[in-house]
Structures are given as structure tokens and as C-alpha cells.
Write a protein that binds this ligand. Structure first.
Ligand code: HEC
Ligand code: HEC
Ligand code: HEC
Ligand code: HEC
Ligand code: HEC
Length: 460
């Protein structure tokens, strides 16, 4: 009580100054050391005990942990300020919010710059400092963390900066989840820390509320299921860092690939294989709903009713995170016996075609709003319309398809859930993306294997 009051006093004296130890309960006497930094409401560091060179580059890990390095280099964590999508949006944010735009994005996308207070422009090109910073969410940023941050990023117009990290870099210690690590290697000390098995190690980056708008809420979605939250049974790591018998995957697959490379580029192929297997059982669908199930017989010159439901089997919404950029949808086609379509829903001819947003199609996505306008960057958002398939939700629908007179014998109904990381309309709607139409060619579409169903129906 006394300590809390004391902290409150300090915080209120220094109006806009925040410290990464301001929310810790000091009385708990946790043994874990960490380095302190203080920042103002624009995210400028006032002082920091951390030097950028305290973090090591991944090439220092290469010799002994080659698989970890190779996989992580394919991840969005490694590319988090170098992805073309980020660069475009970042330039835009810096222009429209010149005071804090820069610091707002780096607090998650380039946390080493954030905790050391550096700006990218201050780093000499080709220097070690620049190499380390450019590895973004790299080995040493995660493996020098000692304590959990229990807080999501919650920001408003007065302060867009809120991230808190507890790192102890520069001491030659790597923390991890190996219960009894071999501490004798010549390069670093290894220390077991239980936070590496805890989902909250992925905070504060994977949960963000801006001006009361819950824009990217992966962690909260996940935690809304008590089975996840209380027991941590389905940790983020269990799916995104699965164990292969020797080590934990470090590819951190979601659904993004490198849009500047063609789909058949070797690195994209590796990512696509990993994404496809992540998605395999993410959703299941049925030709029935709580009212009805599909009939085995139908009549020509009549309308066929197709009751349908899709169930989210993963541990957060589909899509989640930057769901305003993403689209998941149901494709359903009714074919005649020559395999020609009679009715189509959610079909597109090429990867870069727009989906039809109308009352006949099921599409899961979200829209960030700035008043009446749809915006595509979190920093512009005042509200969100979230139309994703919620965690544990079973979404029900009725399709109808008119079967023409000449159809005989039988028809077949096929359906699947599809997902793509980027909605093509982003490139047309947001002026910042107008020059980048060539990236559209490389947008992948993934099918969720266990959502594929089909049914033959006989025609009377
Ligand atoms: C986003 C955070 C994050 C990043 C980035 C990261 N790791 Fe890890 N790493 C973890 C977590 C979490 C675990 C424990 C996973 C578990 O036990 O479920 C882990 C486990 C490990 C282990 C223990 C062996 C194993 O696989 O379980 C090693 C070694 C390791 N990481 C090395 C690296 C190296 C080298 C890099 C950079 C190429 C790296 N990590 C990047 C979070 C990260
Ligand atoms: C000279 C070889 C060598 C180098 C270089 C090396 N490591 Fe390790 N590392 C090891 C060994 C050996 C272990 C212990 C493995 C075990 O006990 O299973 C280990 C364990 C780890 C662990 C697990 C710690 C734990 O308690 O769970 C992490 C994390 C880790 N290393 C990260 C790194 C990072 C990051 C780098 C680069 C900055 C790096 N290592 C460089 C040899 C090395
Ligand atoms: C049961 C397995 C599972 C667990 C547990 C899980 N995820 Fe996912 N995650 C998936 C699947 C499947 C996808 C791709 C489909 C989708 O969009 O939800 C995905 C996608 C993502 C994406 C990319 C955005 C997107 O919509 O594709 C992020 C980011 C992510 N997960 C983070 C997390 C975090 C953080 C946690 C822990 C709070 C977590 N996940 C827990 C399976 C899981
Ligand atoms: C320091 C902030 C930070 C932490 C901590 C962090 N992430 Fe991320 N993560 C990001 C950012 C930023 C991106 C998006 C990078 C980009 O694409 O530009 C991302 C992307 C991802 C994606 C990939 C989304 C896709 O579609 O490619 C997954 C999956 C993911 N993170 C899982 C995790 C898990 C699991 C943990 C905890 C073990 C974790 N992250 C910890 C910041 C973080
Ligand atoms: C709360 C931490 C956080 C902040 C602040 C943040 N991001 Fe992200 N961003 C993420 C995470 C986590 C993902 C990955 C989520 C997913 O895949 O669904 C992501 C994904 C993205 C993506 C899509 C992935 C890609 O690179 O293709 C873009 C673009 C992006 N962020 C741009 C920005 C910009 C620009 C800013 C500043 C205006 C910003 N972000 C601020 C955490 C953050």
C-alpha cells in the first residue's frame, strides 16, 4: 500500500514520464534482474541503462543454434520493420503524426530501438548497431527478457506510447524454457525462466487498444476462453512454436509471407508449407445448422436450401491481429454432374480479385474507423467493426441455389474456408499503397484443410 502510494506520487509529479518499473509490485521481491529506462509521452527515452550493443546479432548464435536462426529469418518478427507493407504504413504514420508516429510503431515493431531510445536515422549504415537494430524482434530481445509484462498496449491521443519490457541484456545470460540447461557452454550462461512457457511473454505486442478501440486483440481473444487463460493449456507457443522432438519452431508462422517475392520463391515456399499445416485444423464446417440439415434429394426447377455452419477450432479469432488487412471467407459451389457450376458463392478468379461484399457471401474481416472513413492503420483508428469468426464461435448460414429445369441425375455441393493476409482493396483505398500494385501478384490464398466438405444430392 505504502509503495503503491509512493509510486503514484512519483508518477503524478513527472506528468508525462514513464518508467518500465512503475507498475511492478516491488514488495514481491522477485529475483529477476532487469534494466531500467524512462520515456516521455512521445516515446523519447530520457535515460536508459540499455545500450544497443548489449544485444547480440543473430550471427553470434548461428554456429550453435543454426535451426533457430534459419527459421526465425523466415519469420515476420525478423522482418517486422523491413516488410514492404510495414515500410509504406510507417512512412505514412511518421508524416501524419510527426511527433510520436515513429515511436508508436517501433515500440512493438523494433523494440530494441525503443528501449534504447535510438532512431533508425541515428545509426550508421552497415554498423553493428544498425545490424542489431534491424533484426527487430530478434533472438536477444526475447531471450534477455526476465519478467512478464502483464499489460496490453493501451493508448490514447495524449499518449501513444505505453510498451514496457523487462530485459537484462549485456550480461552474457540467455534465459529460456529449458528446465535444466547445459550451463557449460563457453559462449553464454543459460538460465531457466518459466515465463518462456507463458503466453503472456507475447505481450505487450499482441494486444492493443487505441482510443478505447480494441484494434488488435489476439491475447484478449485467447484469454476470453477460461480454458486457455486459467490453465494456459493452449499457449501461443504450443501452436506458433511447436516442438519437433529436438527444439521449438522459431518460424512464428501466422499467414503473412514476403509480398515482395513471388509465391514460388524458396523462402515463401517454406513459409507456405508451415502456414498450411498451422491452418490444417483451424476450422471445421458442416452442411447443417441448428435448424436443419442438408437433404439428400432435391427437385429441378426449384430452390435448393443449403444449411451451413462453420466452427472456429483455433485459439483466437479468424482472422486475428491486424484483421483489418485480412480476409477469411467461405467458398461454396454447386456443380452439375459435368462439373460445371450452377451456383457460386465466394469464388474469385485470381488471387488479387476483390471478394463481393454482399448478403450472399460469408466473409470474416474487420474495419478500422476514423469517423465515417475506413482507415488501414492502427494509429488512425477511433473505432473498429470486428466481423471476424470469434473464438469458439459456430457461425450459421443458409445458402440457396436455384436448380434449373434441365439439371438431371445429381449435383454436388462443395465448400471450403479460405484466407488471405491482405485484402486487395487496401491497395486501391489507401493512397499510401497506390504505387505498390505489383505486390498484389504475390498475395497467397490458403485453404483450411478440415473445412473442406462436399455432398452429392440426387435430383428428382
Ligand atoms: C518472439 C520471441 C523469440 C524470439 C525472437 C526468439 N526466441 Fe528462442 N524461444 C522463445 C521461446 C518462448 C522459447 C521457449 C518455447 C517453449 O518452450 O515452448 C524459445 C526457445 C529457444 C531455445 C531453447 C531450445 C528450444 O528450441 O526449445 C533456444 C536455443 C532459442 N530459443 C534460441 C533462439 C535464437 C538463436 C533466436 C534467434 C534466431 C531466437 N531463439 C529467437 C522465444 C523467442
Ligand atoms: C558456442 C555455442 C553457442 C553459441 C554461440 C550460442 N549458444 Fe545458446 N546455447 C548453447 C548451448 C550448448 C545451450 C544449452 C542447450 C541445452 O541445455 O539444451 C544453449 C542454450 C540456449 C538457450 C536456452 C536457455 C534456457 O535456459 O532455456 C537460449 C535461449 C540460447 N542458447 C540462446 C542463444 C542466443 C540468442 C545466442 C546468440 C546471441 C546463442 N545462444 C549462442 C550454445 C551456444
Ligand atoms: C490452437 C492453435 C493456436 C494457438 C494456441 C494460438 N494460435 Fe495464433 N494462429 C493459429 C492459426 C491456425 C492461425 C491462422 C488463422 C487465423 O487467422 O486465426 C493463427 C494466426 C495468428 C496470427 C496471424 C494473424 C492471422 O489472422 O493470421 C497471429 C499474430 C497469432 N496467431 C498470434 C497468436 C498469439 C499471440 C497467441 C496466444 C495468445 C496465439 N496466436 C495462439 C493457431 C493458434
Ligand atoms: C516485441 C513485440 C513482440 C513480441 C514480444 C512478440 N511479437 Fe509476435 N509479432 C510482433 C510484430 C510487430 C509482428 C508483425 C511483424 C510484421 O509482419 O511486420 C509479429 C508477428 C507475429 C506472428 C506472425 C503473423 C503473420 O501472419 O506472419 C506470429 C504468429 C507471432 N507474432 C507470434 C508471437 C508469439 C507466439 C509470441 C510470444 C512467444 C510473440 N509473437 C511475441 C511483435 C511481437
Ligand atoms: C501493439 C504493438 C504494435 C504497434 C504499436 C504497431 N504494430 Fe503493427 N503489428 C503488430 C503485430 C503484433 C502485428 C502482426 C499481427 C498479425 O499478423 O495479425 C502487426 C502487423 C502489422 C502490419 C502487417 C504485417 C506486415 O508487415 O505485412 C503492418 C503493415 C503494420 N503492423 C504496421 C504498423 C505501423 C505502421 C504501426 C505504427 C503506426 C504499427 N504497425 C504499430 C503490432 C504492433
Amino acid at each position: 500500500m505504502y509503495i503503491n502510494f509512493f509510486l503514484f506520487f512519483i508518477i503524478s509529479c513527472n506528468d508525462n514520464i514513464k518508467k518500465n518499473n512503475s507498475v511492478l509490485d516491488e514488495s514481491s521481491n522477485e529475483p529477476w534482474p532487469f534494466k531500467i529506462y524512462e520515456f516521455d509521452s512521445d516515446g523519447n527515452i530520457i535515460n536508459s541503462e540499455i545500450d544497443i550493443l548489449d544485444f547480440q546479432p543473430s550471427r553470434d548464435c548461428q554456429a550453435c543454434h543454426p535451426n533457430h536462426v534459419e527459421e526465425w529469418k523466415l519469420s515476420s518478427h525478423y522482418r517486422s520493420t523491413n516488410s514492404q507493407m510495414f515500410k509504406i504504413a510507417f512512412e505514412n504514420a511518421k508524416e501524419s503524426h510527426f511527433d510520436e508516429g515513429d515511436r508508436f510503431c517501433v515500440q512493438c515493431h523494433s523494440p530494441k530501438l525503443f528501449v534504447t531510445g535510438l532512431y533508425e536515422s541515428e545509426l550508421e549504415e552497415g554498423s553493428l548497431a544498425s545490424e542489431i537494430a534491424n533484426e527487430n524482434i530478434g533472438c536477444d530481445f526475447c531471450h534477455t527478457q526476465t519478467r512478464l509484462n502483464f499489460n496490453s498496449l493501451i493508448v490514447n491521443d495524449y499518449s501513444l506510447i505505453d510498451a514496457e519490457y523487462y530485459n537484462n541484456p549485456g550480461e552474457g545470460i540467455k534465459y529460456g524454457s529449458t528446465v535444466d540447461p547445459d550451463t557449460n557452454n563457453s559462449f553464454h550462461k543459460s538460465v531457466y525462466n518459466s515465463i518462456y512457457k507463458d503466453s503472456r511473454t507475447c505481450l505487450p505486442c499482441h494486444n492493443m487498444i487505441i482510443r478505447d478501440a480494441p484494434v488488435h486483440m489476439t491475447m484478449a481473444e485467447w484469454a476470453s476462453d477460461p480454458f486457455n487463460d486459467m490453465a494456459d493449456n493452449r499457449s501461443c507457443q504450443s501452436c506458433h512454436m511447436s516442438y519437433n522432438g529436438e527444439y521449438h519452431s522459431h518460424m512464428f508462422s501466422g499467414i503473412d509471407i514476403d509480398l515482395t517475392q513471388p509465391l514460388d520463391h524458396e523462402d515463401n515456399q517454406k513459409r507456405i508449407a508451415s502456414i498450411t499445416s498451422l491452418l490444417d485444423s483451424a476450422a471445421i464446417s458442416y452442411f447443417n445448422n441448428s435448424e436443419d440439415s442438408i437433404k439428400s434429394y432435391a427437385h429441378s426447377n426449384d430452390t435448393l436450401q443449403i444449411p451451413f455452419s462453420i466452427q472456429n477450432k483455433t485459439a483466437h479469432n479468424i482472422p486475428t491481429g491486424t484483421s483489418e488487412l485480412r480476409e477469411a471467407w467461405i467458398e461454396l459451389v454447386v456443380y452439375n454432374k459435368n462439373n460445371e457450376p450452377i451456383c457460386e458463392f465466394g469464388t474469385i478468379e485470381s488471387n488479387k480479385d476483390f471478394l463481393k461484399y454482399n448478403n450472399h457471401n460469408i466473409i470474416f474481416t474487420s474495419w478500422l474507423k476514423n469517423g465515417q472513413d475506413t482507415v488501414y492503420s492502427s494509429i488512425e483508428a477511433y473505432d473498429i467493426i470486428n466481423n471476424s469468426l470469434k473464438i469458439n464461435e459456430t457461425f450459421e448460414w443458409n445458402y440457396s441455389c436455384y436448380i434449373p429445369e434441365h439439371i438431371q441425375d445429381s449435383i454436388i455441393v462443395k465448400s471450403r474456408m479460405r484466407i488471405r493476409p491482405v485484402k486487395p482493396q487496401l491497395f486501391y483505398s489507401d493512397p499510401a499503397f497506390n504505387e505498390y500494385f505489383h505486390l498484389l501478384d504475390n498475395i497467397p490464398i490458403f485453404d483450411i484443410e478440415q473445412s473442406k466438405i462436399e455432398k452429392t444430392i440426387f435430383i428428382h
